[in-house]
Design a protein around this ligand. Structure first.
Ligand code: BTN
Length: 228
């Protein structure tokens, strides 16, 4: 059964993820919250900064009883395929940073309860200043010199997302793998909490977790952390 997308748009909201968390969600619906501005936008490692009205700020909420670990990958693939359709060459940095030309253009924050999932995406669309952002960042405007209609981008992301949540796991993993920037065997520095770990990229397992080859020859699997 294909779920119906029910959208709510806000001029200003604390966080679209937080708003979705406060709503009841029907099994036959996907709730989509979008906003021009968030006053308390959240990222994976702190706040998510976005000037008003220039970027995509969206959260999808749905009843979800399968493993939540695939949800960040689903959203990452939806964003990457949408960007490719627009003519960009996106790459994904594990687990779900969206990059163009090696710079971050978007990020994904998934929050799951046993029966409900919230998948938030922030994508820099028409932004032209990056001095508030603490890492190399870009936008679709910056990369193309062209302004984009945020409504159209929202609809495209929603369409890819709707298709991908009905897609079987092996196909999701294979589509995700096609965008990953990490080459098999490439050296990686990885940070988990306060700890830095050096290793090599050994792929992604069936849950979407990172497989890191350690110096002692072992392969260790991580479900969170940051590749630096
Ligand atoms: C990251 O840190 O890379 C994830 C960023 C996720 C930001 C989006 S913007 C819409 C949604 N609402 C939030 O408060 N965060 C997510």
């Amino acid at each position: 059964m294909k779920k119906e997308v029910v959208r709510h748009h806000f001029d200003s909201i604390d966080s679209t993820n937080e708003w979705i968390k406060r709503q009841p969600i029907r099994a036959d619906q996907i709730l989509l919250a979008t906003a021009d501005e968030q006053t308390a936008g959240r990222g994976r490692h702190g706040s998510w900064q976005s000037p008003k009205g220039v970027n995509l700020l969206a959260s999808f909420g749905l009843k979800w009883e399968r493993e939540p670990t695939l949800l960040p990958l689903i959203m990452a693939v939806a964003a990457a395929e949408m960007l490719e359709d627009l003519g960009f060459e996106p790459a994904l940095k594990w687990p779900n940073d969206i990059l163009i030309a090696g710079k971050k253009v978007g990020g994904i924050l998934v929050e799951a309860t046993p029966d409900k999932a919230v998948i938030g995406i922030g994508l820099n669309v028409n932004m032209d200043r990056f001095d508030q952002i603490d890492q190399p960042a870009t936008s679709l405007f910056e990369e193309s010199g062209q302004e984009y209609d945020i409504e159209e981008i929202t609809e495209m992301v929603a369409e890819f997302f709707e298709e991908l949540i009905e897609t079987k796991k092996p196909a999701i993993l294979s589509r995700y793998g096609g965008y990953l920037m990490h080459e098999p065997g490439a050296p990686l520095s990885f940070r988990l909490g306060g700890k830095k770990i050096e290793g090599t990229f050994q792929g992604i397992d069936e849950n979407g977790f990172l497989k890191l080859g350690l110096k002692n020859g072992e392969i260790q699997t991580f479900n969170s952390g940051v590749i630096i």
